[in-house]
Design a protein around this ligand. Structure first.
Ligand code: CMC
Length: 429
């Protein structure tokens, strides 16, 4: 059904702006011709009211706490699916048949090794480098190692680059971890599934046999599913913007990783765990709640609040269950951080400030406790997020490249600097 256009009145001029509808979710006002018709730009810093693209991949209803990948609720995928079939779903639009799944798993598995020269590249880093900096650099460097899949105009090369990144980013992440703790790199083992293989590359050492704990592997797989995509968030928009100039896919994903690193985005899992440690005991929670509410204190409850979710983040609920499963499997009965987290959540959910501002726990609130229990240091938390999100970034990048209406992304501005003035020689200033 064609909707009546929105009418914008500017002085005595009326402009008709088409309204477009998606399959679900709010309609959008198409302002693409606004500048041409009126000489005006729209102004929306932080894109709080701006849809930057059409997309068929992920849908979020922030008020209801709903997250769908290609129409499938995140709860069903996390409960019944595995990460690689989620990758297939995000990339190609459908859950794979058994034959497609076998083929896709095989293709990803056969690309898990990285160029041997990459090990030499790693040794250029300081051992105490943050692994996210190593990830930005090493994923960007893939363009140098896999130059034969950087032509974005060749669909086959795009496909190969996509599979290479989904397969090799975990290997690079495990190498970043091993390098930071001074242990030898562990080659991938293709008889293992994606998440079990990642655990082995992180925690096996050559002098001992390593048995992957299936409960932990399943939990990690679920964590990867939960983080796989989240529509047009900051890092995904970064990937799309980088890709809109025609940059190669490895450069685009490296840009996404750089953006993810920030504490308001993927870095929040690291920040949330640090905060729980800083609070330390349940009796100190009121002090921190008070600080979070104080306008003059920059402190925020990390792992709380979300630009889109104004309800419980559906991923946080699944994450909370996964945390309990992992701690129970590892026989951790009393984790002081978990006690603090659960009490903090309880208090915040009953506090007027958090209720009014609709601040609920997000996925990062519980993920840190789980990853720490598995043996990952805090500096690796955002790296694991990057491993999982790689497929989402790639799916969004591919969708953009396939879109015939795609243009270079080029926002405009409201200029508030000096008007034109004349250059003065240095002696006259
Ligand atoms: N603790 C205390 N107050 C908060 C918090 C918080 N965590 N989050 C938002 N507020 C307040 C904020 O002060 C503001 O108050 P007022 O209206 O009085 O100025 C109001 O709530 C709205 O906040 P905002 O900053 O305008 O909202 P935003 O949509 O720009 O920010 C956010 C969203 C996620 C950056 C923010 O909630 C935040 O900084 N949370 C902590 C960091 C975090 O957990 N990030 C992970 C996000 S989920 C994973 C991911 O997508 O990467």
């Amino acid at each position: 059904m064609v909707k009546a256009p929105a009418i914008l009145t500017i002085g005595d001029k009326k402009v008709e702006l088409p309204i477009k509808s998606g399959s679900i979710g709010p309609d959008v006002v198409d302002i693409g011709k606004l500048y041409g018709q009126t000489g005006l730009f729209t102004f929306d810093p932080g894109f709080t009211s701006t849809a930057s693209t059409e997309s068929k991949i992920t849908y979020i209803d922030g008020d209801q706490g709903v997250l769908l990948y290609r129409g499938y609720p995140i709860e069903q995928l996390a409960e019944h699916g595995d990460f690689l079939e989620t990758c297939h779903l995000l990339l190609y639009g459908e859950l794979p048949t058994a034959a497609q799944k076998a083929d896709f798993d095989n293709r990803v598995t056969r690309h898990t090794m990285v160029h041997e020269q990459m090990a030499r590249f790693f040794t250029g880093f300081r051992r105490d480098a943050h692994p996210m900096s190593v990830m930005v650099a090493s994923v960007g460097a893939m363009a140098a190692f896999y130059h034969d899949s950087t032509d974005i105009n060749d669909p086959l090369q795009r496909e190969i680059a996509s599979i290479r990144m989904i397969a090799k980013v975990p290997t690079l992440a495990a190498m970043a971890f091993k390098y930071s703790i001074g242990q030898p790199f562990v080659y991938p083992k293709n008889s293992l599934d994606y998440s079990a293989n990642f655990l082995r590359m992180c925690f096996a050492v050559p002098c001992e046999d390593y048995e992957v704990n299936p409960v932990l592997a399943r939990a990690l797989d679920r964590i990867f599913i939960l983080h796989a995509d989240h529509e047009q968030n900051a890092s995904t928009s970064t990937v799309r913007l980088a890709g809109s100039s025609g940059a190669n896919p490895f450069a685009c994903i490296a840009a996404g990783i750089a953006c993810l690193w920030g504490p308001a985005h993927g870095g929040a899992n690291e920040a949330a765990l640090k905060m729980l440690g800083e609070i330390g005991t349940v009796d100190r929670i009121p002090e921190f709640i008070k600080r979070a509410k104080d306008k003059n204190d920059p402190f925020r409850l990390m792992g709380f609040g979300h630009r889109v979710y104004k309800n419980y983040d559906p991923r946080a609920k699944i994450m909370q269950r996964t945390t309990h499963e992992v701690l129970s499997e590892l026989g951790i009965k009393d984790d002081p951080l978990l006690d603090v987290a659960m009490e903090l959540e309880r208090i915040a959910l009953h506090d007027d400030y958090f209720i009014e501002k609709k601040l609920y726990p997000n996925i990062d609130f519980y993920s840190g406790i789980t990853l720490k229990a598995m043996g990952f240091p805090t500096s690796m938390f955002t790296v694991l997020f990057a491993v999982a999100r790689t497929v989402g970034w790639i799916a969004q990048w591919k969708e953009m490249i396939d879109d015939p209406a795609q243009k270079i992304g080029r926002p405009r501005q409201l200029y508030t600097g000096a008007p034109q003035r004349d250059y003065l020689p240095v002696g006259n200033r």
